[in-house]
Design a protein around this ligand. Structure first.
Ligand code: CP
Length: 336
């Protein structure tokens, strides 16, 4: 067993695969023995702090429930109600804030993406600065680059339904939406799933490229695991034979240059990029995954999102178990 105490989790790419295996194994045990000791006492009398710069349904609820089920408490904080230093505004430094928080709590979760930042990478930099100065682990609750808890929950759901995912094909498809969504969840899966040997096909309209550094790392991950990694702008080819399919909107690399309204206009040109039931029929009876919230009727047809192979609710539930496992391993000592 590895010692993961006090380790921050900003992306799964920063963690050894065997550490991720330990999280998944523990999450599955916790799912089976949800309200049993020792799990109900791991964070007894302990506090987990949560900074939400953006709205959330699943992440807030599942982290709060996770802290409760581990015997502790999650404190919800909105940075706008705090006196933190930000661009052009005087206030407390991250160094001071992080040092003080470590005196009260055992862990800190941060969500920062989309409208809360002015340029891609700013959210990731903020998380890494809290991790550098604080004495407690920092967990990403979704930021502009990554969403590790979502990635691990997606993988856990696929393992539960498929078994060993090695050699299985997953297609990730850009879906139309005016939501102008971040790269966090998609980039996490692009890195993580090939590490477990999934053959990855990424399909999107020209111009909607993701972070080239992430793509480079994902290709390396796939090669190391003996898997393939392909990019195509032909969605009809891309979905053929897929064992799992993921259709979600993401922003173009121009989002923070042209602004949100122009970005919406750009996406409008590709309104037909929807995972329709006809497109889905080309897959190998694929499991449908999505981190949610889903833009139904735009990203994907209802018949697919609510179809018999949709595992979106299992994955949403897994957020709770995965986060409990991460919190237990990084924020508590000597409970095993
Ligand atoms: N998947 C996810 O992070 O959902 P929320 O935005 O609702 O937290």
């Amino acid at each position: 067993m590895s010692d993961l105490y006090n380790k921050s989790l900003i992306t799964t790419q920063d963690w050894e695969k065997e550490w991720l295996d330990e999280v998944l194994a523990l999450a599955k045990e916790m799912k089976k023995h949800r309200y049993e000791k020792p799990y109900t006492e791991i964070l007894k009398d302990r506090t987990f702090l949560m900074f939400f710069y953006n709205p959330s349904v699943r992440t807030r609820q599942s982290f709060e429930a996770a802290a409760t089920e581990l015997g502790g408490h999650a404190q919800f904080l909105q940075p706008k109600t705090m006196r933190l230093k930000s661009k052009g505004k005087a206030g407390e430094t991250i160094e001071d804030a992080a040092n003080v928080m470590g005196r009260y709590a055992v862990g800190l979760g941060i969500r920062i993406l989309e409208d809360a930042i002015e340029e891609y990478g700013a959210g990731d930099a903020l998380l890494r600065e809290y991790a550098k100065y604080g004495s407690i682990p920092v967990v990403s609750m979704a930021h502009d680059k990554y969403h590790p808890c979502q990635g691990l929950s997606d993988l856990m759901g696929l393992q539960e339904h498929i078994g060993d995912v090695k050699g299985k094909k997953i297609t990730m498809m850009w879906g139309y939406s005016s939501m102008v969504r971040s790269w966090s969840s998609v980039q996490e899966d692009i890195l993580l799933l090939p590490r477990y040997g999934m053959n990855f096909t990424l399909t999107y309209p020209e111009g909607f490229d993701l972070d080239p550094e992430v793509i480079k790392e994902a290709k390396k991950n796939a090669e190391k695991a003996g898997a393939t990694f392909e990019i195509t702008h032909d969605r009809f080819e891309a979905v053929k034979g897929a064992d799992a399919i993921y259709a979600r909107n993401w922003m173009s690399p121009f989002r923070y240059i042209i602004g949100k309204e122009e970005e919406k206009k750009l996406a409008l040109k590709y309104k037909d990029w929807r995972l329709t039931k006809e497109l889905y029929a080309l897959t190998n009876n694929a499991y449908f995954i999505h981190p949610m919230p889903i833009d139904r009727g735009n990203e994907v047809d209802d018949e697919v999102a609510s179809g018999p192979r949709s595992i979106i609710y299992d994955i949403a539930e897994n957020r709770l178990h995965v986060q409990k496992a991460i919190m237990a391993l990084t924020m508590a000592k000597n409970w095993r």
